[in-house]
Design a protein around this ligand. Sequence first.
Ligand code: PGA
Length: 250
Amino acid sequence: MRKKVIAGNWKMNMLPNEAIACIEELAPAVKDTKNEVILCVPYTDLFYALLAAQGTNIKIGAQNMHFEEKGAYTGEVSGQMLKSIGVEYVIIGHSERRQYFAETDETVNKKIKSALANELKPIVCVGETLEQRESGKAEEIFTTQTRKALEGVSPEDAKKIIIAYEPIWAIGTGKTATSEDANNSVKAIRGELTKLYGNSVAEEITIQYGGSVKSSNAKELFTTSDIDGGLVGGASLKADEFAKIVNFDK
Ligand code: PGA
């Protein structure tokens, strides 16, 4: 049985004092869950968040990284740097990075390999635009993104990856895919993983849904056959709301 994994993506929000307050409020509210709880925070919050989360079941992730270890890449942060302070997860290829920061399937693939080499667990985002969905190309888009992201990744490493299926039209819009639609898309991604790695590996890989997840729809989405939890943006900024999402099964 795959574990449910609920990850918050704070995006470019939360100053260190807000991050600490949020984690201090969240920790007691999620301490009894058997689900995995992750917060992916801005770089400037990482250190504070790691300290605030010490001794709790909340894991800390970053939202991006560079694929090189070090060097002349002004403004960038490497996987090695994240690992060195105790970060465990990193979001890679979020649609906002693909859209605004020229992230490509190729850079996504390089970042995944570098994350794995540094023992970080990548949360890899895939998903289609509204236009692609309306023209019937959604499945082709997100299965291709999945295949290209994992090019050259071994089956053993693939098991450490979390995939987040996030239809772009559902992100931050309040529009959620129906649980049936989202589950079908996640099944199609698992089908692609089966082609790449065989059934037993594919069955072990965590695939989340993301896009306007909130406490009122989390249960319906996360109790489908294939959705293994969620990547939560806006609703992860409030500790009480995020705690309800984490505790969807209580
Ligand atoms: P949202 O964002 O929950 O605010 O739609 C999800 C995401 O971008 O990961």
